[in-house]
Design a protein around this ligand. Sequence first.
Ligand code: ZN
Length: 450
Amino acid sequence: MKKQYTGKHTHPTRKEQQRRREQFSRHAVRLVGSVAAVLLALLVVVPLVKTQQDRAAMRRIDAAVITLPPQEVDTLYISTPEPTAAPKATRAPESVAPTVAARPATADEPVVVDEPVVADEPYDDFDDGTDDYDTVPGAAGATEQPKTAEALLAAGASFEYLPVINTVDTMERKVAITVDDCFQVGNLQKIIKKAYDNGGRLTIFPIGQNLSQPGISETLRKAVQLGFEIENHTWSHARVFRLPEEEMASEIWRQSQALNQCLGMNYEEHFFRCMGGDGEMDQRTHNYLKQLGFLGVAHWSISGSDATPQQLVEHLTPGAVFLFHTTDKDTKTLMKFIPWVVQQGYQLVTLNELLGYPENATSPLSVAEMPEPQDYVPDYRTIHVDEYSWMVVQLQNKLRALGMLQMEGASTGYYGKQTAAAVAAFQSAAGLPATGEADAATQLAILQTS
Ligand SMILES: [Zn+2]
């Protein structure tokens, strides 16, 4: 059956259509208005709230930095000892005393006792007339020393240097800002706050002597609590590569101990930064840093203290390591540079984080005696012009004793043109190629000349 169309529908009248259109328009206008109002509210109110939150956060940090009760921090740290990154080498001293821990060991940390590589005194400072590598085999308590050049070179070649960190290889948009010296505590506080406000963390390299300044203890405790990292920049800003061994060791050890006192806990530093970056490949320094459990020598990929703003901007690349100080000039730069780096989508991280290392381990405060530097066999790496090292000091001492090098005061340990010329003169006299570069054969020849 065919369905019949009844025709009983109602067509709205023209007037009715008009009324509906107007009603629809009114609804639409109201809807758009409401949406706009909400958007406006979001635009205006959210930033206001955010600003308030930021201000509150800044006030909190201010208050924290300035008035943090030391006890609060102490409890915080002492309750959270962390496993250490690397087993800390300790040394069996010559005396009857048991091992002296380089760093206080945590409960689950194995105590490693390194065998001395060779007997005591693998070399001396050449001032006492003894010949260094041919001394007293079989003397009481001494083990046989390697005597031939081949044996010396083979033994030295196995020496492993710590990494020297410049730029860190990473694809992630992460950089490290490092802040050295810390003569100006007020500036240090400003820099820490600026980094923290921008979601960043810094690595701070205070000189040991600056750790007794008023306010620095609270500042660094707070910094560590906020996830910042503190590392070693010598006790007195000394060039350790040219100091007598005991003083070299003391420059490193005293800073670590002073930092522990400053923080109220044992804090295991990972990085050493040389004064001025000089002597970063000094074998003796690496030998002692390894002994103390350090993980690297920290250089930088750009010195922000010397760079122009344009150079800083151009240098922002993944893995960059920026060097700054707490001077007024650098502080001014950092107040702008830190937020700018973050605006570029970069994260400001510590050296540990940039390298994927664990945080510096902590444990309850204790006092330890300075471990005596362990012996090592020199590797006789070829020394080029512009290098700084303890080996250069020894070569200079010997060349001076031979009357082939004139120098005022103590030997500098700097392989400059004058030293290179003296080495070239020695090479000529000894029938070696007069390159002016101190290769292994030249070093051995100089050191073994009486
Ligand atoms: Zn410095």
